[in-house]
Design a protein around this ligand. Structure first.
Ligand code: PLP
Length: 838
């Protein structure tokens, strides 16, 4: 509006001065030095790697922001349909390297900073990870944001800006100890505070019921408390495009209005206490992966986040002056797990209570807008909230949930009369003491599409947790969207040598945006010179990992040994326990060998990493056992280099970027039917690492793509699990004899005081071995022997490794995101034109 009033010369002046900065080396160096001398108030003589990082980051950020501005400015004019990805976790890791590569500026910056006396790779190491996630779910959200930007989809993420990300793990006396991750200590150049965007979020209070002028009953929620949500924007640049998307993270702050009330009542301390409580909401990420904590503060986080995001989305929609019925034509909202399921209720509340739509009109809009991704079938992970706690925090939302449930169950009753059991099973409310709200049921009822994250998992949810819903709604509502990973971060950035070899071999770098082109590598398996180059790069990556292991674990490992990796959250269903038990078996086997027999043993380095939830006692004991076994094995002269065991502390995205390219074999060995997809399995195979795994999650589809000669599959299948558990419980199946030997060795005190491990061992005693370690143990040992034998033939191994990479095209997150866009969100790409700011 202002702009229209300006004289031409003012408009021209803005146009001239707001031209984007050039990207030649001279301009870039000037911009770095400018930030050193002004923003950082430093000079050449007191520079270190960290301040070099800060200056390069600030200069990169300038370029990101100008793309961000241009993209968002053009999008608000064009106003295409957008998708909003609601995720409580975004596990982004470091940003600088990725931003420079995606914008095509890494080489120029690298050279620029080199001439200024610094090494780019060392400078990059100064950045702390943004670790606002637990594991696979949060990292998936980060890969999807990269693909959405790269494919020019108009998309925003919405999440929380936690002051503390996932804890830092240190190993003390073999045990995990947790330290707070105060990542903002070093300032965060990758966010833009939007202090002007502030939204009031209410909690508690009561509901007024009144009649409006037409005699219609209306509800008005009067919250008892309120806090402010402040927006922080994180720009997400696409690869090889001008488009730059956004993740908006909310931070909680006390509201001034509210403080004043207490203050005016003369209760200064209470006003400060309330302010502290308001800040607490976005203080810390809950450190549970695939388990529900049930804490009131977590529910507050969920409401705070969904309410702020919906308010923002609705505000943006209202600017366009469209009809409400257009809402689902303009907006798709994807729920990453049930964590944001309250958004369904909040949108219904906004439409009915505040925008005065009828219940049915509002509900139609809600269902067309939302889609829900299910991530697990594990019972301990299913989100449920106790009705009394919920009512205290969100009284109006509880009424709405009861109404949603009532109308839904009435429809069920019409379709399937007189089936109380069915109503009970489908109900959003579980009749327990106290009653519980089943968030997965709310998410299914309030969405038009529900998806699982790998073919096996998507089929499994249709026959287990959502079976009755499939019978009621029909099959079409339940679809599969197999996860994917971004090849930009997980190959191009993490494995630059391999990326360069692939580009050289294929003749160009188009594969980075169309991963199916990797199949062009398949023909090269027969080229001995190519195999040699391929394996030389793998070895260089192993040398780099060996250095990290030396630095972090103080263990020397040989890069010529087979590197065997299991890095992921520590969980019983992921069976790190089975892995370390098999390592003990290997240790005992080697110890029993003659020197001649030892000569034919394939040397192996077994590498573990991952965090256990701080309250997960059994998972933490697994870490202790791994470290106790490592302490004995690594010192044993009878074993020497034939076997080394290490636990790399504080596994995170940056550590993964070193480990993934360096693995020969990695372990994805969950009990069949428990791992929804897995994404690290895809990253390893993409980098030419073979995998040993069960027929679980995306392993099944990886097998389909790469072929059975290039993967080591073992263990029972998902459909056999129930029978095996039953047999074990009621038919006295004896423990596997090799496993029995391993357990006896632990019980004899081979690795520290056996009393320590008793609770762990007792999870295996007959009838209790829920994750079927005993049932799968023999085939697991055999599969590991096959790995050893295959690795001995290095030429054949190289062929397998090349075939792995060549056939991973399907697992790009670009493919996943395109499927969501076309089959669920109904959105189209919009490509920003490089036209300057005005
Ligand atoms: N944690 C981190 C730091 C990761 O980078 C990844 C995936 O790459 C995961 C967890 C998920 O691993 P998985 O799929 O093995 O559970």
């Amino acid at each position: 509006a202002e702009k229209a009033k300006w004289p031409k010369e003012t408009v021209d002046l803005w146009a001239k001065l707001s031209k984007k900065e050039a990207n030649d080396i001279d301009t870039i160096q000037r911009s770095i030095v400018h930030h050193v001398t002004t923003t950082l108030a430093r000079a050449a003589y007191n520079m270190d790697n960290f301040s070099a990082y800060q200056a390069v980051a600030l200069s990169t950020r300038d370029r990101l922001i100008s793309r961000w501005n241009e993209t968002q400015g053009q999008l608000s004019k064009v106003d295409p349909k957008r998708v909003y990805y609601l995720s409580l976790e975004f596990l982004l890791g470091r940003s600088m390297d990725n931003a420079l590569l995606n914008m095509g500026l890494k080489d120029t910056y690298g050279e620029g900073i080199e001439r200024l006396g610094f090494n780019m790779e060392e400078v990059i190491e100064s950045e702390v990870d943004a670790a606002l996630g637990n594991g696979g779910l949060g990292r998936l959200a980060a890969c999807y944001m990269d693909s959405l930007a790269t494919l020019d989809y108009p998309a925003w993420g919405y999440g929380l800006r936690y002051n503390y990300g996932i804890f830092q793990q240190r190993i003390v006396d073999g045990y995990q100890t947790e330290y707070p991750d105060y990542w903002l200590n070093f300032d965060n150049p990758w966010e833009l505070p939007r202090l002007d965007i502030s939204i009031q979020i209410g909690f508690g209070g009561h509901v007024q019921t009144l009649q409006d002028e037409y005699g219609v009953t209306r509800h008005n929620w009067i919250p008892g408390q309120s806090v402010q949500a402040i927006a922080y924007d994180v720009p997400i640049p696409g690869y090889d495009t001008e488009n730059c998307n956004n993740i908006r993270l909310w931070r909680s702050k006390p509201t001034r209005v509210f403080d004043l009330t207490s203050f005016n009542e003369g209760n200064y301390e209470k006003s400060v206490e309330d302010a502290t409580n308001a800040e607490k909401i976005t203080s810390v990420l809950y450190p549970n992966d695939n388990t529900m904590a049930g804490k009131e503060l977590r529910l507050k986080q969920q409401y705070f986040w969904t309410a702020a995001s919906l308010h923002d989305i609705v505000r943006r929609f209202k600017k366009s002056m469209r009809e409400w019925t257009d809402f689902p034509n303009q907006i798709a909202i994807q729920l990453n797990d049930t964590h944001p399921a309250l958004a369904i209720v909040e949108l219904q509340r906004l439409l009915v209570d505040e925008e005065m739509l009828s219940w049915d009109d509002a509900w139609e809009i809600v269902i067309k807008t939302f889609a829900f991704t299910n991530h697990t079938v594990l019972p301990e992970a299913m989100e449920k909230w106790s009705v009394p706690m919920f009512e205290y925090l969100l009284p109006r939302h509880l009424q709405i949930i009861f109404d949603i449930n009532l109308f839904f169950l009435q429809k069920v009753e019409m379709k399937v009369p007189n089936d109380r059991g069915l109503l009970n099973r489908l109900s959003i409310i579980e009749e327990a003491q106290p009653q519980q709200i089943r968030m997965a049921h709310l998410a299914v009822v309030g969405s038009h599409k529900v998806n699982g994250v790998a073919a096996l998992h998507s089929n499994l949810i249709k026959t287990t947790i959502f079976k009755d819903f499939v019978d009621y709604y029909g099959e079409e509502k339940f679809v599969n969207k197999t996860n994917g990973v971004t090849p930009r971060r997980w190959l191009h950035q993490a494995n630059p040598q391999l990326s360069a070899l692939i580009t050289e071999t294929l003749g160009n770098d188009k594969w980075l945006k169309d991963l199916s082109l990797l199949k062009g590598l398949a023909a090269k398996t027969e080229d001995a010179a190519f195999r040699k180059k391929w394996m030389t790069i793998k070895r260089a990556n192993k040398v780099r990992l060996a250095e990290l292991i030396k630095a972090r674990c103080n263990v020397e490992v040989s890069p010529d040994a087979l590197f065997d990796v299991q890095v992921k959250r520590i969980h019983e269903y992921k069976r790190q326990f089975m892995n370390i038990l098999s390592v003990i078996h290997r240790y005992r086997t080697i110890k029993s060998m003659t020197a001649a027999q030892k000569a034919s043993v394939q040397p192996r380095v077994v590498i573990f990493g991952g965090k256990a939830a701080p309250g997960y006692y059994i998972a933490k004991l697994v870490i202790k056992l791994i470290n106790s076994v490592a302490a004995v094995v690594n010192q044993d002269p009878a074993v020497g280099d034939l076997l080394k065991v290490v636990f790399v502390p504080d596994y995170n995205v940056s550590v993964a970027e070193v480990i993934v390219p360096a693995s020969d074999i990695s372990q994805h060995i969950s009990t069949a039917g428990t791992e929804a997809s897995g994404t690290s399995n895809m990253k390893f195979v993409l980098n030419g690492g073979l995998i040993i795994g069960t027929l679980d999650g995306a392993n099944v589809e990886i097998l389909e793509e790469i072929g059975e000669d290039n993967i080591f599959i073992f263990g029972c299948m998902a459909h056999e699990v129930e029978d095996l558990r039953h047999a074990q419980r009621y038919r006295n199946v004896p423990m596997d004899p090799a496993l029995q030997g391993v357990i006896s060795a632990i019980e004899k005190g081979t690795f520290e005081d056996p009393k320590i491990f008793q609770p762990l061992i007792s999870t295996l005693t007959v009838g209790k071995d829920f994750y079927l370690i005993s049932a799968d143990f023999a085939s697991y040992i055999t599969a590991n022997q096959q790995v050893d034998a295959a690795y001995k033939n290095q030429e054949e191994w190289a062929k397998k490794s090349i075939r792995c990479t060549a056939h991973m095209g399907k697992f790009s997150s670009d493919r996943s995101v395109k499927e969501y866009a076309e089959e669920i969100w109904n959105i189209k790409p919009y490509s920003v034109e490089d036209e300057g700011h005005l």
